[in-house]
Design a protein around this ligand. Sequence first.
Ligand SMILES: C[S@@+](CC[C@H](N)C(=O)[O-])C[C@H]1O[C@@H](n2cnc3c(N)ncnc32)[C@H](O)[C@@H]1O
Length: 284
Amino acid sequence: MTTLTDLHQSTRRRFAAANLETPDLDARLLLEHCTGTTRLDLIREPGRIATPAQAAELEKAVARRLAGEPVHRILGWREFYGLRLALSPDTLEPRPDTEALVDLVLPHARATAARKGTCSILDLGTGTGAIALAMLSALPQARALGVDISEGALATARVNAAANRLADRFETVLSDWFERISGRFDVILSNPPYITDGELAGLARDVTRFDPPRALSGGADGLDAYRTIASGAAPHLDPDGLIGVEIGSRQKEDVAAIFREAGFRPAGEAKDLGGRDRALLFTL
Ligand SMILES: C[S@@+](CC[C@H](N)C(=O)[O-])C[C@H]1O[C@@H](n2cnc3c(N)ncnc32)[C@H](O)[C@@H]1O
């Protein structure tokens, strides 16, 4: 008979032997997922017996992880800004780095909401809805429109809005950036695809195999989406509004220049948890 602890330790050893970056965490998350237990169960009842069906389920998940599939793709969800977000083949797996953009813009959005009693947010390339839903969860007076070129991504974003009880303030539109957008917003946010074609070829297998290519590819120099967004943003931004974008860690100067040439002024910047440039904010 196998206990939860046995399964956790043997899985951790196999992941460590395969040089996975976080063998302990991956083993625990998959164990919890496949046995329907929590971290607390493992602490309180380390001797709990796993059923053969649970052990078989875990074995399947371990095989997928050892074949290179990211752990959250196997779980089918990832946490972002305290929200549990479902993933689908059409969505990027939201990354903790993107929380830097939310943190950067939130004080400004809060001030807008305090001044106007509301704050309208446009999230371009919403994917799972991560940025828009994080903003809505932090700002009860806000409303958000999530835009994506992928209907599949928008369907997942709507599921996530409902699951997090934010659906009454979240709408979606299928659009190529601003193409089908009308009206002005207090805040425009985007984490657009920004990886260069060259980088994409050399990226970790995990990322390129399981994130949809159109969520990653920013063209030859990685800046295509910033050019389109910067050139189309002014008519959709409130005169006192802000536009914030996530950037690749070496794109700060280039993206700042693109927005400057489109008539915007810098209004803030943020680094990610690793200390790399990650988000820029502009105003008209
Ligand atoms: C890097 S992902 C960001 C997803 C999500 N906002 C996040 O931060 O986790 C970029 C998103 O932009 C969408 N996208 C790519 N090209 C687009 C376009 N031309 N118009 C609208 N959305 C687009 C992709 O489908 C993808 O969901």
